[in-house]
Design a protein around this ligand. Structure first.
Ligand SMILES: [Zn+2]
Length: 472
């Protein structure tokens, strides 16, 4: 899917007209007026910011800048961008006749069943049985606390229609026919709008996000996207900042949920990295760098080239030295003392020292999610110490038998979010670049989003320098 259309000039959100050449002079004037209006707001913002930054002086009375809210919240929604085509409804339903009908909105409470609700509202068991007999009637048994049922009653207080919301997009309608009810599942149109947010970290990532009005879910999405390049536990510094362009889902004009981040920039210690979401024609979505490489990095399956596995991942293994059952949360590779050990992925050394029975141990963190551990080492490679970055395949240590070991071997552990996983079977993340046949499409798509990120960072820069100037 391409988001090109999202950034078309038609920023007011109307579908692009097919008959552009047939616009009347009056319409054209109106369009030009809109463009000039937009430029009148944006261009002074850009230039005021640049001028202030270069002079470092008190700002002139910034009359056009009043259009920009004060940066206390650090989120600006001045550019609500138009959406991509809406999802089509699964089935069309006749609208409920509102005039003579009386609607009961009933919130499902803990312990409620449709039967208790019906009793409470004086509806008959016979009606309930008819509802349950419909095609989708079984779903009525799965109502959950917090859902709101809508019951449409006629003047005689006879149930005409029952609506059960299923999720943000779907609802189940049970409609009275001549004798019985019939059921239909309806998919409401969801509109996607783009919004963006920018935040500067002064205290913690989550506080910065909260201050900008971002949901935890969006922040977690960002951590997942950049987790390969940035260790969010160790690398974040005051002054780091990020910009997100993300989807918001609207139903009938009301925001119902956040969608995905579609482009993001994170500036970590002055170094900017960007990621752009792209869905190729085969439906595969992933995040890529502006030049088309996956932001995710692959792992090598094994850290030693020439070896044999002497002990596997086994939670009920009898320990060869301690002679009692003790989980073996890694894989042992028997190899001669001094065999080179390679980092299985790009990362940062979190630990390089002695660690009890593990002997000389190396722990590498690979972003926020993964870490690997190498134990019983004879020694570390040159330059290997805590805090150092390593590349995938880099020589990091040598096989030995330090700690509780019967002979020279490498004990290797693979952890996902702190939990031990079998290094031989764990699903390793893939790092595929954009397939050749999608590259042109991606470049077009990426270019648009990149320009959008550029625009936002220029606006941010302008706004920040104004804020700084105001404080003098
Ligand atoms: Zn082991």
């Amino acid at each position: 899917m391409s988001y090109d259309s999202l950034f078309s000039k038609d920023y007011k959100g109307h579908p692009r007209r097919q008959d552009e050449q047939r616009r009347t002079p009056r319409e054209l004037l109106a369009i030009r007026g809109r463009l000039i209006g937009m430029a009148a707001i944006l261009i002074p913002m850009l230039f005021a910011g640049i001028a202030l930054e270069s002079q470092g002086k008190t700002p002139p009375e910034p009359s056009p800048l009043r259009a920009v809210p004060d940066d206390s919240s650090r989120i600006r929604k001045v550019l609500l961008l138009p959406a991509h085509p809406e999802s089509a409804p699964l089935a069309a339903a006749p609208e409920a006749k509102a005039s003579t009908e009386n609607v009961l909105s009933i919130k499902v409470l803990a312990g409620d069943t449709l039967s208790t609700i019906f009793t409470r509202h004086g509806l008959s068991a016979a009606t309930l049985a008819k509802l349950q007999a419909t095609k989708h009637g079984k779903r009525l048994a799965r109502i959950r606390p917090g859902q709101t049922l809508s019951l449409y009653m006629n003047e005689q207080n006879v149930l005409q229609r029952l609506i059960l919301p299923l999720d943000i997009q779907h609802s189940l309608h049970l409609i009275r026919g001549h004798k019985n009810f019939h059921s239909v599942q309806i998919s409401k149109k969801l509109k996607t709008r783009l919004n963006y947010a920018e935040a500067r970290i002064t205290n913690s990532l989550f506080l910065a996000g909260k201050k900008s009005g971002l949901s935890d879910d969006l922040i977690m999405q960002m951590v997942d996207i950049f987790g390969w390049d940035i260790d969010f536990a160790l690398d974040i510094r005051t002054g780091d900042h990020f910009t997100l362009i993300f989807e918001e889902l609207y139903r009938a004009g009301e925001k119902v949920a956040n969608g995905s981040i579609i482009a993001a920039e994170f500036v970590n210690r002055g170094k900017a990295i960007r990621a752009i979401r792209y869905t190729d024609a085969s439906g595969h979505s992933d995040y890529y760098t502006p030049d088309g490489h996956s932001v995710r990095k692959a792992f090598l399956r094994t850290p030693v080239k020439f070896s044999r596995i002497s002990s596997r991942f086994n939670l009920r293994r009898k320990h060869p030295v301690l002679h009692r059952v003790r989980a073996h949360r890694g894989v042992d590779y028997a190899a001669p003392r001094g065999t080179p050990i390679r980092a299985t992925g790009d990362g940062k050394i979190a630990f390089a020292s002695r660690k009890g029975g593990y002997g000389k141990t190396l722990i590498i963190r690979h972003g926020s999610t993964y870490s690997t551990l190498y134990a019983h080492l004879s020694r570390f490679a040159r330059g290997i110490r805590s805090g150092k970055s390593v590349r995938q395949g880099q020589l990091v240590a040598y096989v030995g038998s330090s700690g509780l070991a019967t002979g020279p071997h490498l004990h290797y552990e693979f952890r996902v979010r702190g939990r031990h996983r079998n290094p031989l079977t764990v699903a390793l993340p893939k790092a595929k670049s954009i397939a050749k046949r999608f590259r042109t499409d991606y470049q077009r798509h990426g270019h648009t989003l990149n320009s959008r990120l550029n625009l936002i960072s220029r606006l941010t820069l302008a706004q920040n320098s104004i804020t700084v100037a105001k404080k003098h």
